[in-house]
Ligand binder design. Structure first.
Ligand SMILES: C[S@@+](CC[C@H](N)C(=O)[O-])C[C@H]1O[C@@H](n2cnc3c(N)ncnc32)[C@H](O)[C@@H]1O
Length: 333
């Protein structure tokens, strides 16, 4: 894992964060409410950001401010509220997967792909991995300045098992066996890179919330030799975009199923908060699923498409349409 930026030891607080109503940072500086030692705790302080239901309980208020999710005076602006809502829900939906990985493995490896500023990673770490005291979280992000900022931030808050990889997902140098892989709004085909990473590293759980997708809409435009009734569904550019995005996520679901994942497709938050709201959650329960492989092959042929995930997996020797070389290596449905 040569490219992982390690946090500067001794830099910042160098402590294990405490969780619950006040973090170590808050204890050091006093909570954002201004209640310091000796001040009267008599009446509840309505300015306490933790009184806001959208502020995750157990998160360091300092860290949320440092991430610009809370303003200096401890308020949530509309954008931050929307983002926090999404991430809080995502963390809630991921909790069973994280618990499962922690129950079954001594040092599970978690990977967040296309991490951006690592909002998700910091919440995951403070709320789940930090308190567990085990497991390593890797954030993979191709924008160096975001990786540098997140690396320094994690060091300041004592997140010793939070590592950052300044690289494209496809090039990430990660442990051979991963346990939980996530991608929240990883742009376009970066979601496919995350899925291919999770499947090829045998992740027990994979959770992605795809972002905008343009690739399949282009492929739908390039080939028109399909059944006229199907062609009518993608004749107009707007319909192609919608259908392209839908087909992409159906293909992603079938690829996961083909490799033995039981898949749940659900909304992340209400549609009023974001249009990029489809959550694909996969839990690996078999080695492969023949029916899903056959269905996927038919779907690709019927729509004359070949999305990135299908190509990536094939290049990795994991053809999602063909039966595995050794049919005895796993459960066949
Ligand atoms: C829309 S942002 C989402 C960031 C974060 N997951 C969130 O929800 O706040 C997508 C991020 O993925 C990163 N990204 C896109 N393609 C990538 C790739 N192939 N490898 C690594 N990072 C990638 C971008 O640089 C960007 O920071």
């Amino acid at each position: 894992m040569g490219r992982a930026k390690s946090q500067a030891k001794g830099h910042g607080l160098g402590r294990t964060p405490t969780h619950g109503t006040g973090s170590a940072t808050e204890q050091r500086r006093g909570p954002a409410t201004g209640h310091g030692p000796g001040s009267s705790p008599a009446k509840p302080d309505l300015a306490d950001p933790r009184a806001d239901p959208d502020v995750p309980q157990g998160m360091s208020v300092d860290l949320l401010q440092d991430l610009h999710l809370l303003t200096r005076d401890g308020k949530l602006n509309a954008d931050a509220r929307r983002k926090l809502k999404q991430i809080r829900h995502f963390v809630g939906l991921l909790r069973p997967a994280v618990d499962d990985a922690l129950d079954r493995h001594a040092s599970p490896a978690f990977v967040d792909c296309g991490a951006g500023k690592s909002y998700l990673g910091f919440l995951l770490y403070e709320l789940l991995l930090g308190p567990a005291g085990r497991g390593t979280l890797f954030a993979v992000e191709s924008r160096t300045e975001l990786v540098n900022a997140a690396t320094e931030r994690a060091a300041r808050y004592g997140h010793e098992r939070f590592r950052f990889l300044d690289t494209a997902i496809a090039d990430a140098d990660l442990p051979a066996r991963l346990h939980v892989v996530t991608a929240l709004h990883a742009c376009d085909t970066a979601t496919d890179d995350a899925l291919a990473l999770g499947i090829s590293h045998g992740a027990d759980h994979i959770a992605v919330v795809p972002c905008c997708q343009a690739e399949v809409a282009r492929q739908l435009a390039e080939r028109t030799d399909r059944d006229p009734a199907d062609q009518a569904l993608v004749h107009h550019a707007l319909h192609r975009r919608e259908m392209g995005s839908h087909l992409t996520n159906v293909v992603r679901t079938l690829c996961l199923a083909a490799h033995g994942y039981r898949v749940t497709v659900t909304e992340l938050v209400g549609w009023e908060h974001t249009a990029k709201n489809e959550l694909l959650l996969g839990h690996r329960v078999h080695r492969f699923d023949d029916e899903a492989r056959r269905t996927l092959a038919r779907l690709l042929d019927r729509w004359r498409i070949e999305p990135t995930l299908v190509r990536l997996l094939r290049a990795l020797g994991l053809d999602s349409c063909a039966p595995p070389d050794d049919p005895h290596r796993g459960h066949q449905k």
